[in-house]
Design a protein around this ligand. Structure first.
Ligand SMILES: Cc1cc2nc3c(=O)[nH]c(=O)nc-3n(C[C@H](O)[C@H](O)[C@H](O)COP(=O)(O)OP(=O)(O)OC[C@H]3O[C@@H](n4cnc5c(N)ncnc54)[C@H](O)[C@@H]3O)c2cc1C
Length: 280
C-alpha cells in the first residue's frame, strides 16, 4: 500500500531534530518499522524528521568504564563491533540475530527500543544489562532505566517530540542471548537475555530479560532468584523449576501460549549455560 502524504525533513543535529519535531511528526531512523506501518496506514505521521545522518548520534564508545551506543548505530555495526564482542558479547550476539542483512544494515538500536515491538530482541538485552536510556527533548535531557522505559504493548516512556540519543550500560562478559526465532522475519517467539555475576563458577546474581513471550519485554525475578548460588551443573534444573511464573503469555499465529511456556526454560537455560561458559 501507499502511505498517506507526509512531509520529510532531515535534521542536522539533535537540537535541530527536537525543534523540527516540536510541531508534530515522528523521527525516522532506519525506517524498517515506521515505513511498513505507514504503508499499512497503521501510522500516519504528517511529518518524518530524518535523524539517521546526525553527526555524533551513532557510534560505540567507552564513557567512564561504561559502554555508550549512539541511537542511530545500526544492528550491523553492533554485531560487528570487536569492542562489544570482547566486553559485552551478548549485545553483539543479539544484534547479529536480528532479521536479515538488509534489516541489520538499516535498523538502529534507538529505533528498535523506541518502537518496542513485543518480539524485538534489544528490549530484553536492555533489561538484562539494566541499561540507561538517554533521552532529549524540548525540556532538556533525561535518563530512564530500561526497567521503567518498557511499559507495555508498544508503549515506552518517551514523550512527544523527544528522541533517544544513546544507550549506556556497564559491560558484562558473562552474558548471553538465546532465541527461538520466527522463520520468516527472525523476530523472537521467545528470546532470553541473561547477564550473570559469577564467583568461582557459582552464580552470585542473575538478570534475565525475556522478549517475544509477553506484551512487552520483562524480567524474570523468580528465575533470577532461583539461580543464585547455583553452579553450571545445577543451573538448568533451577531454571526448569522456577519458570512456572504467573505471566500472561502471548498466543498468536506463530506459537500458542503453551508452546511459549514450554520454550521459555529451554532458551533461558541455553543463555545461562553460554553465559557461564563465557565467565569462566
Ligand atoms: C523484515 C524485518 C525483519 C525484522 N526482524 C527483526 C528481528 O528479528 N528482531 C528485531 O528486534 N527486530 C526486527 N525487525 C525490526 C528492525 O530491527 C527495525 O529496524 C527496528 O525495530 C526499528 O529500527 P529503525 O531504526 O528501523 O526505526 P524506524 O523504523 O525508523 O522507527 C521506528 C519507531 O521508532 C521511532 N524512533 C526511531 N529512532 C528513534 C530515536 N532515536 N528516538 C526516538 N524515537 C525513535 C520512530 O519515530 C518510529 O516510531 C525487523 C524488521 C523487518 C522489516
Amino acid at each position: 500500500m501507499i502511505p498517506v502524504a507526509f512531509d520529510y525533513e532531515r535534521a542536522t543535529s539533535v537540537d535541530d531534530a527536537i525543534a523540527k519535531l516540536a510541531g508534530g511528526g515522528k523521527a525516522l531512523a532506519g525506517g524498517h518499522s515506521i515505513v511498513p506501518l505507514m504503508k499499512l496506514r497503521l501510522s500516519e505521521p504528517g511529518k518524518l524528521v530524518d535523524i539517521s545522518k546526525i553527526p555524533g548520534l551513532s557510534g560505540i564508545r567507552e564513557v567512564h568504564g561504561q559502554i555508550e551506543i549512539g541511537a542511530t548505530t545500526t544492528h550491523s555495526e553492533i554485531a560487528g563491533s570487536e569492542q562489544l564482542r570482547a566486553a559485552c558479547p551478548m549485545i553483539a550476539e543479539a544484534a547479529s540475530e536480528i532479521g536479515d542483512p538488509q534489516v541489520r544494515n538499516r535498523g538502529t538500536i534507538g529505533g528498535s527500543i523506541a518502537h518496542a515491538d513485543p518480539a524485538a530482541d534489544f528490549p530484553a538485552v536492555m533489561l538484562a544489562l539494566e541499561a540507561d536510556i538517554l533521552i532529549k527533548g524540548m525540556n532538556g535531557p533525561r535518563t530512564v532505566k530500561a526497567a521503567d522505559f518498557f511499559r507495555g504493548f508498544y508503549d515506552v516512556d518517551l514523550h512527544t517530540g523527544e528522541i533517544i540519543t544513546a544507550i549506556r550500560f556497564a559491560p558484562v562478559r558473562s552474558a548471553a542471548y538465546a532465541k527461538l526465532h520466527q522463520r520468516a522475519s527472525h523476530y523472537a517467539i521467545v528470546g532470553a537475555a541473561v547477564a550473570l555475576e559469577l564467583a568461582g563458577g557459582t552464580i552470585q546474581r542473575a538478570r534475565i530479560g525475556l522478549t517475544g513471550a509477553t506484551s512487552c519485554a520483562i524480567r524474570l525475578p523468580a528465575v533470577e532468584t532461583a539461580l543464585v548460588g547455583k553452579s553450571a551443573a545445577d543451573a538448568g534444573a533451577a531454571v526448569q523449576q522456577a519458570s512456572v511464573e504467573a505471566i500472561d503469555l502471548n498466543a498468536d499465529l506463530h506459537a500458542s501460549a503453551e508452546y511459549r511456556q514450554a520454550m521459555i526454560p529451554v532458551f533461558v537455560r541455553r543463555a545461562v549455560e553460554r553465559a557461564i561458559n563465557r565467565g569462566v
